[in-house]
Design a protein around this ligand. Structure first.
Ligand code: NAD
Length: 475
């Protein structure tokens, strides 16, 4: 059964926005409508703002201990309800059930982690020069406006809600209109856990209209956005008008460097499974594969074998290991990447086309012999495409890996400790996995550099993102 959609404002659910506008939510596996999602009108957004302002006054004066208990209770409800939430996510986003289930459970872990970390937002006392007591305090930033995309409908909102609420901030979340239901159900967990009215509000609408309306209001003190680089730049400009703090989690184009001293088949197994997770629609998805010449053949063969073995289908089917793309835009984008690569002489080892004519299914694809200036090697693919090329030397591959304006995640495989340390230092990236793909955990910082954004979510940095530092000199 799908979710009962609505807006959540001032502790109450609304089935319609005051202007009566709405949009259909589509199942990407069937292209059939699932439900109708109400849009918030400007007056609803203003009520959400007023509610968040009042909610902040209540929440910042709630003890860290009590805040923690409510967050933990919400996380517990998410675990209890994970099966239903995961199924809703599959229906609206497409990923296989096992991935959706893991996303909900990991999101509960994130909320739990923040619940604990919020109790440790320590200040400090600095020994002074005179008699004054010098106190460094951590205070919640205020009302947060958060904007999240469609690829991780629960996990991305959880990162933002967890950090903001643990710090004592109130939040207006505009989650994705294309995948609203799972997020609605997560917000319901917070409501049922006893979160005071106004502390968390959920709205939907036309993204550009909602963000512009909220971000230009004085009451909003912090913006947290996950999405594409062009939209991130636009929102950063709006935020600058009010000198509002921002966290920007934007796109990536993650290089994978496989050195000749690594086991190429083990590396291929690890990274191929990660590549096709969520059909490649992941900002830290590995997207440019540089393999040292000696092991190139073995790596490509094993990787291609893995891609051919993937079971593409509806995410609710037990045997499915890769679902459809989340929307028709991604299908068009995949076709454009593949056509451009072929025009430039690339070879398609497997895949390269849409599968079937109902549902947004695309073949797991491996492309070789692709020039570095092709679209697929320079623009974020955000889909199940793996371009694999060769390299000769360490310096050459570092230069090629660092040549783009992206800097979110990077991966390397080597059996040499010296090479592992050197590549870790040399890569310009917010996160680097070396013989590891575990770059996203609740307790570690997640974020990019260069045009991939700024600020971190997760780890103690993810809490600091919602805290202002105040210095008090007291005689
Ligand atoms: P898009 O740029 O139109 O939208 C990206 C996200 O931003 C969506 O969730 C959208 O609702 C939201 N958005 C768009 N304009 C906005 C605005 N003015 N204010 C607030 N939110 C706004 O692209 P898309 O077709 O939805 O996704 C394609 C591209 O987006 C991908 O190629 C990828 O680069 C990027 N993307 C990145 C992430 C990520 O996790 N960093 C997630 C989803 C999409």
């Amino acid at each position: 059964m799908y979710s009962d959609l609505g807006l959540y404002i001032d502790g109450a659910w609304r089935k319609t926005g005051s202007a009566g506008k709405s949009e259909e939510v589509i199942n990407p596996a069937t292209e059939k409508p699932l439900a109708v999602l109400p849009h918030a009108a400007k007056s609803d957004l203003d009520e959400a703002l007023e509610s968040a302002r009042k909610g902040f006054a209540v929440w910042k004066n709630t003890s860290a201990y009590d805040r923690s208990n409510i967050l933990r209770k919400a996380a517990g409800l998410m675990r209890e309800r994970h099966d239903a939430i995961a199924k809703i996510m599959v229906m609206e986003q497409g990923k296989p059930y096992a991935e959706a289930r893991m996303e909900v459970l990991t999101s509960a872990d994130i909320i739990d982690w923040y619940a604990e970390e919020g109790r440790r937002a320590y200040g400090r006392i600095v020994p002074g020069r005179g008699k004054a007591r010098q106190l460094v305090m951590q205070e919640p930033v205020g009302v947060v406006a958060a904007f999240t995309p469609w690829n991780f409908p629960v996990l991305t909102p959880a990162r933002k809600i967890g950090g903001a609420l643990a710090a004592g901030c109130s939040t207006i979340l505009k989650a994705s209109e294309e995948t609203p239901g799972a997020c609605v159900e997560m917000v319901r967990c917070f409501a049922d856990a006893g979160l005071p009215a106004g502390v968390l509000n959920l709205v939907f609408g036309v993204p550009a209209e909602v963000s512009e309306h909220l971000m230009l209001k004085d009451a909003v003190k912090k913006i947290s956005f996950t999405g594409s680089i062009p939209v991130g730049k636009h929102l950063a400009q709006l935020a600058a008008k009010g000198m509002k703090r921002t966290t920007m989690e934007l796109g990536g184009h993650s290089p994978v460097v496989v050195f000749a001293d690594a086991d190429p088949e083990k590396a291929a197994d690890t990274i191929a499974a990660f590549k096709y997770r969520n059909a490649g629609q992941v900002c830290i998805s590995p997207t440019r594969f540089y393999v040292q010449e000696d092991v190139y053949g073995k790596f490509v063969n094993r990787f291609t074998e893995y891609a051919k073995g993937i079971k593409v289908g509806d995410g609710l089917e037990k045997t499915t290991t890769m679902g459809p793309l989340a929307n028709a835009r991604r299908l068009d984008a995949m076709d454009a990447f593949v056509a451009d690569a072929k025009d430039r002489g690339a070879k398609v080892q497997t895949g390269g086309t849409r599968r079937g004519n109902q549902g947004y299914f695309y073949e797991p694809t491996v492309i070789t012999d692709v020039p570095d200036n092709s679209k697929i090697m320079t623009q974020e693919p955000f889909g199940p495409l793996a371009p694999i090329v060769t390299f000769k030397t360490f310096d050459e591959v570092v230069q090629r890996a660092n040549s783009l304006e992206f800097g979110l995640a990077a991966y390397a495989f080597t059996s040499s400790n010296a090479t592992a340390a050197a590549i870790g230092d040399a890569i310009e990236s917010g996160m680097v996995g070396i013989n590891s793909i575990a770059v996203s955990t609740p307790e570690t910082p997640f974020g990019g550099v260069k045009e991939s954004g700024h600020g971190s979510e997760g780890g103690s940095e993810g809490l600091s993102a919602y805290l202002n530092t105040k210095f008090i000199s007291q005689m």
